[in-house]
Design a protein around this ligand. Sequence first.
Ligand code: ADP
Ligand code: MG
Length: 728
Amino acid sequence: MANIRFQALKETFNRKPIKFKEKGKHSENFGKNVFNYTAMQQMMTKAAFKSVQDAITYGKKIDRTVADQVASAMKDWALSKGATHYTHWFQPLTGTTAEKHDAFFEPIANGAALEKFAGAQLVQQEPDASSFPNGGIRNTFEARGYTAWDPTSPAFIYGTTLCIPTIFVAYTGESLDYKTPLLKALQQVDTAATAVCNYFDKNVSKVISTLGWEQEYFLIDDAFAKSRPDILLTGRTLLGHAPAKGQQLDDHYFGSISDRVLSYMRELETECMYLGIPVKTRHNEVAPNQFELAPVFEETNLAVDHNSLLMDVMEKIARRHHFKLLLHEKPFKGINGSGKHNNWSLATNTGVNLLSPGGTPMQNLQFLTFFINTIKAVNDNEALLRSAIASAGNDHRLGANEAPPAIISVFIGSQLTKVLEALKNVSKGKLSPEEKTDLKLNVVGKIPDVLLDNTDRNRTSPFAFTGNKFEFRAVGSQANCANPMTVLNTVVAKQLFEFKKDVDALIAKDNLKKDEAVFNILREYIKASERILFEGNGYGEAWEKEAKKRGLSNNKTTPIALQAKISKEAIALFESMDIMTEVESRARYEIEIEEYMMRIQIEGRVLGDLARNHIVPVAVRYQSELIQNAIGLKELFGADYKTIAKEQLALIKAISDEITAVKSKSKAMLEARKKANKKQDPTKRAVAYCDTVKPYLDDIRSHCDMLEMMVDDEIWPLAKYREMLFTR
Ligand code: ADP
Ligand code: MG
């Protein structure tokens, strides 16, 4: 067979942008395939509509007769849009989305048939759950799981299927998905934040958590991907020499987007509009062929669903455009990786963003309350937050001088640093009238100026305040946002409950006014959280040293980072907040530690195959040519040939050295895997993979990459970095 890489190159030379016809304005298409309020109002009785609204806003139960009505309306709406099937759409702990399609069609007597979909089918289903990961919760052959409708995320039509967002739980009650604990955490943060808001505004009756993610990704021509088993099987390149030109010129960032990519983006955006995903910005990222897509922020549960759906849609549309979508955190060595910033805030039903400084001192005290409580929550749970973003892929970014470090810290900017300094000096107990006036005029009254200060953004911080929201930047590009969002909302909820208790206690004990008590508690919180605040360069070694002194954890690898999930404190936290039982916490830990191990295992196997079956054979072939050449020279020149063929001889030797290294190290890696596999305990097995197998990946790669530089380009079998990264 001809060299697959050259076939791929030929294919890409003739690529044209895939024609794509836009159908009308985005605003007209927005939400067309979503069973949203507008569609519901059109299709449902007033009473049924109200019942669904109450379920969405206040978590009220929907009774069976109403469920029947909703199902019937949903079905009529879906059929009118050409849907033929329906599915419960859920997010099992595999990290992708799952669906099992059933037809609406149902045969009835006398050879006739009709379209059927009842409340019972809307509300609950029993997919065969035995092959989804459950971390040992269910004995796979006996217990079953079921999916249950989540009315807070609207149903949508994708292709010709009506997708109904659901949770996924075991019959024994344990959650088996990402959504269930997230919904519970969102409920808790609502309760806790609403109670705190009522100190400042009695009209607040609900607080929602908001999330705006920014999705980074790479696109390469799919012909190249097909030539690379590593990309196909692991989502990243396990070898490949850096190109002569990388990203050093920074000429890709915000540069013009190629026609092929633009055509892809437009089709993707149009599909997003139909699905109600409010994508808004698109641009090139730092690395060649790297891009970013970001929506307008939404309520967190919906935003999480939309991101999961988006990742799926992105891949499907990429195929149509002959692209391979790479969502991996680190597809290319030496080139920037991809993340998914999670912009997060809290908003009231009265339309106030609680992390946005307001116009009055009272609004600003409310802002400071939420701002400082969030900082304290991060401070008290830094290791748990780190564990929420841990994955084999993300380990390549965190601490690798491109993404935020593995140390969690909070950046707030110089102006808010000054505000916190001032608050730290507030007197204990009752405040004098002078001090109150001073606070009002000079501290709390001045905050809106911060918004104007956009200059001191710190790109190296994993958790940064950016004017009216916090930005959790260390999330991996492939991650399901539910994981970090569950942890963040839980720790903030817990903190806000404590704050309320502390303030109430102080009011009762010292007979303080409400704002005096708030100032007093905030002062203590600032003092208690100082170690987490860091404004400097997060990439530097100096910060590692300093963080260590401050007692912050620096968990560089996933097996270590994940331990925080099963610490006594974390288990107690999730139990006390009614979000996960100990069994659930442990099951999730086990799934993640196993997944980590399996990813390294697969990478090890794929690299072993590549080295033995792709790299070594071509190296030998090329070396044979050199040997023929040297023999020829010897015949021609006799004893003089050693000087004349000096370079060839050196190369022959060097190739032999690299081949020997590749062979012996591949063998050693295999042995290390065997040894690791013998460990029964999943944690120990994962640690063994991390410490004894993973280092070989880099080591073997370096020898293969040396060979890439030596062997004739004409016979190299795998698409090269320069081809994958610079072909549009
Ligand atoms: P960048 O960080 O790239 O400079 P922006 O600051 O404009 O970009 O916004 C990034 C993301 O922050 C967007 O997805 C936006 O929807 C989101 N965002 C803005 N306000 C909020 C908020 N109150 N809550 C959650 N996300 C928000
Ligand atoms: Mg950002």
